[in-house]
Design a protein around this ligand. Structure first.
Ligand SMILES: [Zn+2]
Length: 281
């Protein structure tokens, strides 16, 4: 069922919230959900109008319905860097692993069906739809603002989501924090995170996202009183922060830890004292 937010704007809530904007006989669909069943259901709830998909970013749980929409005539657009990943979904698990991915990273959670995403600049969006760069969670994360409703993608997470997944995945700490600061200064009427509750006031969720990240940064400094490799740091942090990892989520977590290390190195708090081995300085 679609939840109406404003005259032109509605949301289909799910494990990934999806936005629908209707302007001048065109339906703009923000992300396509985490599985084809959800996408089919969404498609059947929409009218006959021309459909354009705008992806916030390339993670599989946001683009799993793309190929279904594409087969049914929709064009797909996203930030140009994210588009490279959406067209070549193997790159997602490739960058997590660093080489041709093993079996655990070939699951659909890490790998969507390919769809032909084009750069947003080519979308010729109506002036009412404003793309908002919210980089940090991924290379080119983009929010969309329309009629006072801000679709935030994974720029921040709802409290329950953070409690379930324990950490806010990201690839760039500094940019992620800048995006949180930016979001706090915006004055939209309604905020729609991809994972979390639709709200008029996202400050508590944003602050929880920020403080959770800081607790991982501090914990990393703590475990680096001794020299450790990225993988040893990942295991230590997972134990300290009560995160259970499997053979796939380990690589996701290692990627998050690697982003923290790059950030702490830039801040001159840690250094690679030996090749591949890190320590607090
Ligand atoms: Zn994501």
């Amino acid at each position: 069922m679609l939840k109406s937010i404003k005259e032109w704007v509605s949301v289909k809530e799910g494990s990934t919230n999806v936005g629908i904007i209707e302007i001048d006989g065109t339906l703009y669909v923000i992300d396509t959900g985490s599985n084809t069943k959800f996408a089919r259901e969404l498609f059947s709830e929409l009218g006959e109008e021309k459909k354009i998909v705008l992806n916030t970013h390339s993670h599989a749980d946001h683009i799993q319905g793309n190929s279904f929409f594409e087969k049914n005539g929709a064009k797909i657009f996203s930030d140009k860097l994210e588009a490279v990943f959406i067209r070549n979904p193997v790159l997602e698990s490739f960058y997590l692993y660093g080489a041709i991915p093993p079996k655990s990273l070939r699951a659909s959670f890490y790998r969507a069906h390919s769809s032909h995403s084009l750069p947003l600049e080519e979308a010729d969006l109506p002036k009412y739809i404003e793309p908002i760069p919210l980089v940090g969670h991924s290379f080119g994360m983009t929010g969309f603002k329309i009629d006072g409703v801000l679709f935030c993608g994974d720029a921040y997470f709802g409290r329950e989501v953070l409690e379930k997944y324990s950490y806010p995945y990201l690839v760039d700490v500094e940019k992620f924090l800048n995006s949180l600061d930016f979001l706090e200064k915006t004055n939209a009427d309604v905020y729609v995170p991809s994972h979390g509750n639709i709200t008029n006031d996202p400050h508590e969720d944003i602050e929880k996202t920020r403080s959770t990240l800081h607790s991982f940064i501090n914990a990393t400094l703590d475990v680096l009183k001794e020299t450790k490799s990225v993988e040893e740091i990942s295991f230590s942090l997972a134990e300290m922060m009560n995160i259970s990892l499997n053979s796939g989520t380990f690589y996701l977590f290692r990627s998050f830890v690697s982003a923290i290390l790059s950030h702490l190195e830039k801040q001159k708090n840690v250094s690679q004292v030996l090749p591949g081995r890190w320590k607090k300085i």
